[in-house]
Design a binder for this molecule. Structure first.
Ligand SMILES: [Zn+2]
Length: 255
């Protein structure tokens, strides 16, 4: 996970109108949503979802109330989110180029936070794996790490085997790893493979008979390339490369 600048993305001017067109009574929806969000977060009524609490405020399909999926029917949402996060999952940094694999993820689930169901600030681009694992989860206490607010670069540690954990145990960061499945086996393996290539390049440079300042310049180039925002698993790569540098040159800062 790496930081994303929320000011770089905005809802189009007609967004709320498009949403309102889909709701039976937008004003009543808004006030019911507010009322619902006053309920205790862990209470049964709240956990049962807004669809059960105020079914009259939602359209129905086969008599079942549902949130109109404007975030996926309006193609601008996914396009803007994909551009914003460089076609990468905002959580695991997996590159997701195929449109059908790009999910619009509600950071705070709409079932518990209906007032944010159509709020662009609540949207991130996510891969199927992260979106599916997190699903409608929201912690009983604390929160999850937000890529646009919480400086994720400082919160997670990646090892050479592709493993990911929070730097502090029992933290919002560790809860994020657990509930989003950020250390799931498939992802660990993909990260391990991705990390290996720049690490090998760096090892070759370090093993060469070159002046230290030359090695440093070459290492800087490898790290800068690996940490480019477009690159998948850039955090995992960058951390491992920097660690390798400092193992060889404990007293020489890389940049
Ligand atoms: Zn992901």
């Amino acid at each position: 996970m790496r930081s994303l600048d929320r000011t770089a993305i905005n809802a189009p001017a007609d967004w709320q109108d498009k949403v309102n067109d889909k709701l039976p009574d937008p004003e009543a929806y808004a006030s019911k949503a507010q009322e619902f969000e006053q309920l205790p977060i862990n209470g049964q009524q709240r956990r049962n979802s807004f669809t059960k609490y105020a079914p009259e405020e939602l359209p129905k399909r086969r008599r079942k109330p549902y949130f109109p999926t404007v975030w996926s029917s309006d193609r601008r949402v996914k396009s803007a989110l994909a551009t914003w996060s460089h076609s990468k999952c905002a959580y695991c940094e997996d590159k997701i180029n195929a449109r059908r694999s790009q999910q619009v993820e509600h950071f705070k689930p709409k079932s518990l936070f209906p007032s944010l169901a159509y709020d662009w600030d609540n949207y991130f681009l996510a891969c199927n794996g992260c979106n599916g694992t997190k699903s409608d989860k929201w912690p009983e206490s604390g929160k999850y790490v937000r890529p646009d607010q919480d400086q994720p670069e400082t919160l997670f540690a990646f090892d050479e085997q592709g493993g990911m954990k929070a730097r502090e145990t029992s933290s919002d960061a560790q809860r994020t790893v657990d509930d989003f499945g950020l250390d799931r086996p498939g992802l660990r393996e993909a990260r391990k493979v991705a990390i290996r290539q720049p690490l090998n390049t760096m090892r070759t440079v370090l093993a060469q008979r070159l002046p230290d300042n030359m090695k440093r310049r070459l290492a800087q180039r490898i790290v800068t390339e690996a940490e480019h925002p477009e690159v998948s698993y850039s955090q995992a790569k960058g951390q491992n490369l920097r660690r390798l540098w400092h193992e060889h040159f404990p007293n020489v800062s890389l940049f």
